[in-house]
Design a protein around this ligand. Structure first.
Ligand code: AKB
Length: 315
């Protein structure tokens, strides 16, 4: 049975990944590292927790030793738009947590998952059916940290045999914990407004396509890649994964099926728009499908239905 440490467990992905991992590996085999509030409801009662500032390597090492950890999920990051406003912070947090996790993993023989992102691509990357192996010249701090993360993770695998694996996450849509500071956040915020009966002001232009994924599929990806047979992995850091691609108008129409009076207007955020324009329209994730059986379950219609059902219960 795996013994897992999640560093950055209270964010959008961590708050749901911890629940899913505990349902698979057992409550006490998943330790949640926390640092930044707010903490999810019931967080401290749901299983073991430990305070970890990911920039302090001894805190990660201490938790790994104490709980006999063999797998680290490093979910610490400053998302794309915030990192453009605070580049030093984006760099320090993204790279600091990555290097600390890798060094601890090397010493204590742990596997490491650090998500990459569609942000690891840039304006010179082919926009449609973006291949697994292609040009990666991002023009954002976030993207640069993600490319470095991919390269350094592969380096630790090749040089030190640290079992590093990861996926390039698209925008993740979820109802439990809000994302913050990302370019794709609009695709979550729009649902909250629709369910609250309020109009939505979209920061991204119509016609801007980006890859997206519903949280249950994102959790599957993060878990299945770490369970994959290593003999079948040609790639490691990181795999393209996607389950849908849409622009704001397509998402708006999908939500309007449930709320015919829902109104969306546009007030373009130049920073978010320029980041979105530099990212692919749709990834080709055939390598993930071939090498470890990646298969998403939610398309736009299924995701919209489930998001609205869940948010109605929540509100
Ligand atoms: C962001 O928008 O910054 C993230 C991402 C796609 O990595 N959601």
């Amino acid at each position: 049975m795996k013994r897992i440490l999640i560093v950055g467990s209270t964010g959008q992905i961590g708050s749901e990944l911890s629940i899913r991992l505990r349902s698979i590996y057992g409550r006490d085999n998943v330790v949640c590292g926390f640092y930044t509030p707010p903490y999810p409801e019931g967080f401290f009662d749901a299983g073991p927790t430990v305070e970890i500032n990911a920039l302090h390597i001894e805190q990660i090492a201490g938790a790994v030793k104490e709980y006999k950890i063999d797998t680290i999920y490093n979910l610490v990051a400053i998302l794309s738009a915030t990192a453009e406003n605070y580049p030093q912070l984006g760099w320090d947090v993204g790279i600091g947590s990555l290097m600390n996790c890798l060094d601890v993993a090397r010493e204590y023989h742990c596997a490491v998952f650090t998500p990459s992102s569609i942000g690891a691509f840039g304006p010179s990357t082919p926009k449609d059916n973006t291949p697994q192996d292609t040009i990666q010249r991002p023009n954002t701090v976030y993207g640069i940290t993600k490319v470095l993360g991919e390269l350094v993770s592969d380096y630790y695998y090749n040089r030190w045999k640290v079992d590093t694996r990861s996926v390039r996450f698209p925008g993740i849509i979820s109802y439990m914990t809000l994302p913050g500071g990302g370019t794709t956040d609009y695709a979550v915020e729009i649902f909250y407004k629709a369910v609250q009966g309020k109009p939505f002001v979209c920061p991204i232009k119509p016609g801007t396509f980006m890859d997206m994924m519903y949280m249950p599929d994102a959790l599957d990806a993060a878990i299945h890649i770490m369970e994959a047979d290593p003999a079948k992995l040609v790639h490691r850091n990181s795999f393209n994964v996607t389950s849908m691609s849409f622009d704001p108008e397509i998402l708006y129409k999908s939500i309007k099926q449930y709320y015919p009076d829902f109104k969306m207007t546009y007030e373009i955020d130049p920073l978010k728009q320029s980041i979105a324009d530099s990212w692919p329209n749709r990834l080709d994730d055939s390598c993930a499908r071939e090498e470890w059986g990646w298969q998403p379950h939610y398309d736009l219609e299924q995701m919209t239905k489930d998001m609205i059902e869940k948010l109605r219960v929540k509100s």
